[in-house]
Design a protein around this ligand. Structure first.
Ligand code: SF4
Length: 469
């Protein structure tokens, strides 16, 4: 059993939570469908978004230079980081050199990618995640299980217990309104005492040097506008959009596709440093250039992190985000994970290591294509997963048993004669075998399914027989 299957099995052992998780995310998917159906030119928007990203990827370095120049002209300090270690060091130096020890941070998958929280905490900095879901999992020492809904794996009773232990809400209180009010009081004091604010970036407009941050809670804006004097925005190099006109396409797509909202509650543009404040932008590569050079997986850099491919994926919904063991779970995470972004290892061994560690993830998909059909930037997700399977199999990164079985099955499927004999034998075997041979503890497949009674003849046999008569 693969690691993903084992972790998924653990998640499924709590049946009521697993079915609630499945239903909730499917509810988000349905909300998304309703929001999308209200836009007549949705497919045109997707097409445009995809082609804008294509243009950006074709000329990425030029657009980054344009963005950097625009931002510098605005008085912003721009840094480039080759990898997570560099990004962490840049931020730590900025904080240390000013003697700052209190930081508020809004949601950013990129800082998760670099393990920034751990690094700063290890170096004596207090980092408070201010997105409610992120704060909950920070309290619990967990990683996000979804890129938009980081605490979706938790039920409100669990959150109530966490809040009781960490911020003293009454024992047994699981009322969302009371818990949210308590979180608000708790976070307000953090906002008012923060010396620095760190944010992620949803889009970076090359023509103006503007960073755009989308949140529903307004927490990024609170962090940047309350008391912090040092503002640091962390972005992946692929976040660039050329113009404000292009940005409008993405802001129409993002919230609708992510949560079914017409627009995120706060879509904030930051261009100039505030009076008495410093504004820094750190642009991270961390393996993105390598992915850009890869003709098969390059398109995965178009991702705008809406999370829709997770909400729709039957495997993600039923196995939970933590079963993927990678910071970005679900279909898009399964494409990125084998590339890897480990720190402190050479590029080659890093890649081999990640291919080995996450070799099961591209197989955690039914390849139904639902992910590709909801993707707002038209990434061919299921096709890339299929490509990874072939690459990993060629590189012998999948188990020898799986390879032998697949080779064997491949031979049967490639031959009409063998396929029809194998079908005959399988139908007979299922009919006459004692149940225990299929439904036993050693056969995980049989444990979860009841096979239908096989027909006496195959479709081919039926067709030949009925055509004759
Ligand atoms: S791959 Fe597409 S659907 Fe999935 S998170 Fe990225 S943009 Fe959204």
């Amino acid at each position: 059993m693969s690691k993903h299957s084992k972790e998924g099995k653990k998640f499924l052992s709590d049946k009521s939570k697993a079915s609630w998780h499945d239903d909730t995310l499917w509810g988000v998917r349905k909300k998304r469908d309703r929001a999308v159906s209200m836009i007549d030119d949705w497919e045109v928007l997707r097409e445009r978004a995809s082609s804008v990203k294509e243009r950006v990827l074709d000329n990425l370095e030029e657009y980054i230079l344009q963005f950097e120049n625009s931002a510098r002209n605005n008085g912003v300090i721009v840094h480039r980081a080759k990898n997570g270690s560099e990004l962490n060091s840049i931020i730590l130096n900025l904080l240390k050199s000013r003697g700052f020890t209190r930081v508020v941070k809004s949601k950013s998958m990129l800082t998760e990618e670099c393990s920034l929280n751990h690094f700063l905490e290890y170096n004596g900095i207090e980092v408070v995640d201010t997105d409610l879901g992120e704060r909950i999992i920070q309290f619990r020492g967990e990683s996000p299980s979804h890129i938009v809904l980081p605490a979706i794996h938790l039920k409100r009773e669990e959150i109530g217990e966490t809040f009781h232990n960490r911020i003293g809400t009454p024992a047994g209180c699981s009322d969302p309104i009371q818990l949210t009010a308590a979180a608000r009081v708790h976070l307000r004091s953090k906002f008012l005492n923060a010396q620095a604010a760190i944010t992620g970036v949803n889009f970076a407009v090359a023509e103006s040097g503007t960073v755009v941050i989308c949140t529903n809670e307004g927490n990024a804006d609170m962090g940047l506008n309350a008391s912090a004097k040092l503002h640091i925005h962390c972005m992946g190099m692929e976040k660039i959009v050329p113009t404000f006109g292009d940005l409008a396409i993405f802001t129409r797509l993002l919230a609708r596709n992510a949560t079914g909202q017409a627009i995120t509650t706060y879509t904030s543009h930051y261009t100039l440093p505030d009076e008495d404040c410093e504004m820094h932008i750190v642009i991270l590569d961390n393996g993105r250039s390598e992915r850009l050079r890869n003709p098969i997986f390059r398109n995965s850099l178009k991702c705008i992190r809406c999370g829709a491919c997770m909400n729709t994926c039957p495997v993600y919904r039923r196995s939970g985000g933590h079963s993927y063991r990678y910071l970005i779970p679900g279909p898009i995470g399964s494409i990125i994970a084998p590339f890897g972004n480990c720190q402190n290892v050479s590029k080659k061994s890093q890649n081999n290591q990640n291919e080995r560690i996450y070799s099961d993830l591209p197989f955690a998909s039914s390849l139904c294509g639902s992910c590709s059909s909801v993707c707002p930037v038209k990434i061919d997700i299921h096709n890339q997963l299929y490509q990874w399977r072939q690459i990993l199999t060629r590189k012998k990164q999948v188990s020898p048993i799986k390879r032998v079985v697949m080779k064997f099955v491949g031979k049967i499927l490639a031959s009409h004669l063998l396929y029809s004999y194998a079908g005959k034998i399988a139908r007979l075997a299922i009919r006459i075998s004692p149940r225990v041979l299929i439904y036993n503890r050693l056969n995980a497949w049989g444990l979860e399914r009841e096979l239908p009674v096989p027909p006496k003849e195959s479709f081919n046999e039926w067709f030949r027989r009925t055509q004759k008569s």
